[in-house]
Design a protein around this ligand. Sequence first.
Ligand code: CUA
Length: 357
Amino acid sequence: MQASKVSSPRTVPARILRLALVLLSTFALAGCAESPSMLAPASPNATIVYNLTVLVFGIAVIVFVVVEAILLISVIRFSRRTGPDEPEQIEGNTKFEIAWTAAPAIVLLVVFFVSLQALFPLADRPAVARNTGNVASAPSLVAGDPLRVRAVGHQWWWEFQYPDHKVVTANELHVPLGTLVSVDVESVDVIHSFWIPQMGGKIDVIPGRVNHTWFQPEQVGTFQGQCAEFCGVQHANMRFAVVVEPKEEFQAWLENQQGPAVAATDATAKGEQVFMTGACIGCHTVDGTKAQGKIGPNLSHFASRSVFAGATAETNAENLRRWLADPQKMKPGNLMKIAPLSSEQIDALVDYLLSLE
Ligand code: CUA
């Protein structure tokens, strides 16, 4: 017999303890991180998902405890001490057969029906969803027309269009507190998935097809969105920020976005010239200029956004300089492939881009 294969009584508890510590610290760190949690719902549809999660998890815990208890009792009470080698056989025992068939069937039926009950309000279009008990009972909701948003998935960033307000932006979705947001999702390239963990479930973003989802933010703040379907090398960096703000602030934001892109001043004229005479205009739009490219994000009000590059970088001069020096270094594989710029060109472009509020 090989001694190395047998764990001594000392090492087993030590191993379990170490595993427990690793798990505990993982959960503790996860609590500190700024990760979006579906356990902190901020929209009625997210609350439906959360309630279902808690219920199903509760059922699973009860099943686990009951099964483990029976197992432990059996091990302790019926372990062989003396007597015959073979225990009493229960094969064909009708009572047992019925019990262990019926019990799991009942549990699964309960899970099936509570899931089904949650699916309908989640799938409803906003006009209907607003009338469900869940939405109506949500606190501090402001009645009114839904805000229509089109979320377009690109490798690897998000475009947000407000078709009723003639606004196009990227990577940062602004919505007013309490208003129903009706989201049409579509893709220009591959399959993505639109997900704001605190604002409801995921919805597939499929090329050639428009899918619908909705949410109704109940809290002011910035929430994280994430592409939830593997879509290429930068899938994990296909994020977005969701800014929920009071109605007046949202209105002010909307009006600013509808306004013209800022005109060049002496300080930004150089950068504008670099932008308008370079490759930038092939991919980017700046409203009211000859830059009308549609491949990359619309930059008309670029500096009003807190993040860029699929919400992986904060909008500031330092990050922009790094980005313009080599977009492939910051986000390898992304579609912005440019010839190297001189540092004067980069500085001028940074000044210009940060003036586009
Ligand atoms: Cu888009 Cu993953």
